[in-house]
Design a protein around this ligand. Structure first.
Ligand SMILES: Cc1cc2nc3c(=O)[nH]c(=O)nc-3n(C[C@H](O)[C@H](O)[C@H](O)COP(=O)(O)OP(=O)(O)OC[C@H]3O[C@@H](n4cnc5c(N)ncnc54)[C@H](O)[C@@H]3O)c2cc1C
Length: 444
């Protein structure tokens, strides 16, 4: 099918969203080029353009399912390199509101490995596609438009030292440059309206270290999640990594800052609602100093609301919508976005940006509601109000409580947070009946 829609497509940014976008485009365009400002490593190495790659990065089941469809054998490849997979509930230790979720089988699998290994494996597979090329070490500096500006015809790029500035022409340009995307600004410069931005100010801080774990520090589990809850601004996630290591991310919101000195990590971990993180940090020394990350806010750019948009341009991944990383949704949403692009291209002609952005908006709806709903429940977090939903805060609180005692509720909840089942599945009569056993207004 390559070449049925157009000759050249250009992807801006070569991280998870850009790579998956290129994989989908390669089925429909004769050639696909990815422009990336970094020189990309051959294997699973941390790189400058993805500083978040040093922090917890678990792959939720929905993302894994789609990547496996796009790149069959991906999971096996990551496992062969030391990654681990397991059931999202039976093999993940979840604490909600300071209580353990029931350990039943959710029937959906997550993947735990370092972000460089996940991205490096996707990159290796995409690099192997015969019609995909990489332009590495080049910054995208602008969009190139037709004289009437009704169409984007390529991108302006330059070597990182500013030399070799040139235009790369393409019939379709997809911006996947992440949260720092300059498409809103470039659109305004071309005389278009920039998309409105829905911003959630969460003031999140991470501090991450990796420990050697030759024994089984996580008791056979893939991931251990100790989230914040009302009255507790601190949280942690531990994940099994390749190379017999465990990655520990300590987090805080709204001014709560996890420590930046290795010696202070244990004290912070000790203050969490559950002792698991402290126990691991007591049993193993960090392999290096903790790495910080600050995340003041996340933004959804409302491209779906624009009434005028140039032909030949789309936006994907975090460049459209970033997420609070604690919910682990970003890579899965990038994969869902790539699948939506595949559906758009399956119509046969040049992609229609309006239809595409509507489709992306639909896939963003559930993860956005889950993340924003949970964050706005925290006094001090500001963001756009959500439309009314039968999943009221009281119902969700009682559902979480029920999930600590009832396998079926725990499975339903985890399948929704895995982005496999829609939030409406939490309103199935058999779930409502079980949740209703928890008294209205109950708190943990
Ligand atoms: C701290 C943190 C933890 C996270 N944890 C998880 C998790 O557990 N699970 C999960 O699924 N997701 C997680 N995410 C989200 C996930 O990292 C992203 O959603 C995912 O990487 C998709 O991002 P992207 O490809 O759109 O952008 P990015 O990963 O930000 O990549 C953008 C790429 O574009 C390149 N680039 C940028 N500007 C230019 C330019 N002008 N010219 C050329 N190249 C450019 C960059 O070098 C980079 O390669 C986390 C995010 C953060 C910040």
């Amino acid at each position: 099918m390559a070449g049925t829609i157009g000759k050249h497509a250009l992807v801006l940014g070569g991280s998870v969203a850009g790579l998956l976008t290129a994989r989908v485009l390669a089925d429909h365009y004769a050639s696909v080029a990815i422009v990336e400002r970094d020189h990309l490593p051959a294997g699973a190495e941390q790189r400058r353009g993805v500083p978040h790659g040093q922090h917890v990065h678990a792959m939720l089941p929905r993302g894994l399912q789609i990547i496996e469809e796009l790149l069959p054998g991906f999971t096996a490849q990551v496992i062969a390199a030391g990654g681990s997979t397991g059931d999202m509930l039976a093999d993940v230790r979840w604490y909600l509101n300071g209580r353990a979720l029931r350990r039943a089988t959710a029937g959906v699998k997550a993947l735990s490995a370092s972000r460089p290994l996940l991205e490096g494996t996707i990159r290796e597979r995409v690099r192997a596609l015969p019609n995909v090329t990489f332009l590495e070490g080049y910054d995208v500096t602008g969009l190139h438009a037709s004289p009437g500006r009704e169409r984007i015809t390529g991108a302006e790029v330059a070597n990182r030292d500013g030399s070799d500035a040139r235009v790369v022409s393409a019939g379709l340009v997809v911006d996947a440059t992440g949260r720092g995307s300059r498409t809103p600004r470039w659109l305004a410069e071309l005389g278009y309206e920039a998309p409105a931005a829905d911003t959630v100010a969460i003031d999140l801080a991470y501090s991450t270290c990796v420990v050697a774990a030759p024994g089984d520090l996580l008791g056979g589990d893939l991931v251990v999640v100790t989230p914040r809850f009302p009255g507790q601004l601190r949280s942690s996630v531990m994940q099994r990594l390749e190379g017999d290591r465990v990655l520990i991310t300590l987090a805080g919101v709204l001014g709560e800052r996890p420590p930046l000195l290795a010696g202070d990590l244990r004290a912070y971990a000790r203050s969490l609602s559950m002792p698991d993180t402290y126990d691991v940090l007591r049993a193993a020394e960090p392999l290096g100093p903790p790495v910080p990350f600050r995340f003041p806010a996340y933004v959804r750019h409302r491209y779906d609301q624009l009434r005028r948009f140039p032909a030949g341009l789309l936006v994907a991944g975090d460049a459209t919508c970033g997420f609070n990383p604690v919910y682990g949704q970003g890579m899965s949403v990038a994969a869902m976005n790539a699948a939506a692009l595949g559906d758009e291209l399956a119509h046969g002609g040049e992609p229609d940006p309006y239809r595409y952005f509507q489709a992306v908006s639909r896939i963003l709806e559930a993860p956005w509601r889950l993340a924003v709903g949970a964050d706005l429940a925290l006094p001090g977090v500001t963001g756009p109000a959500l439309s009314e939903s039968p999943l009221t805060p009281d119902y969700l609180r009682r559902l979480q409580l029920a999930a600590t005692e009832d396998d079926e509720v725990a499975v339903a909840l985890v399948r929704v947070t895995s982005l496999v089942d829609p939030p409406a599945s939490l309103l199935r009569p058999e779930i409502v009946e079980r949740v209703d056993r928890v008294p209205a207004g109950a708190t943990p």
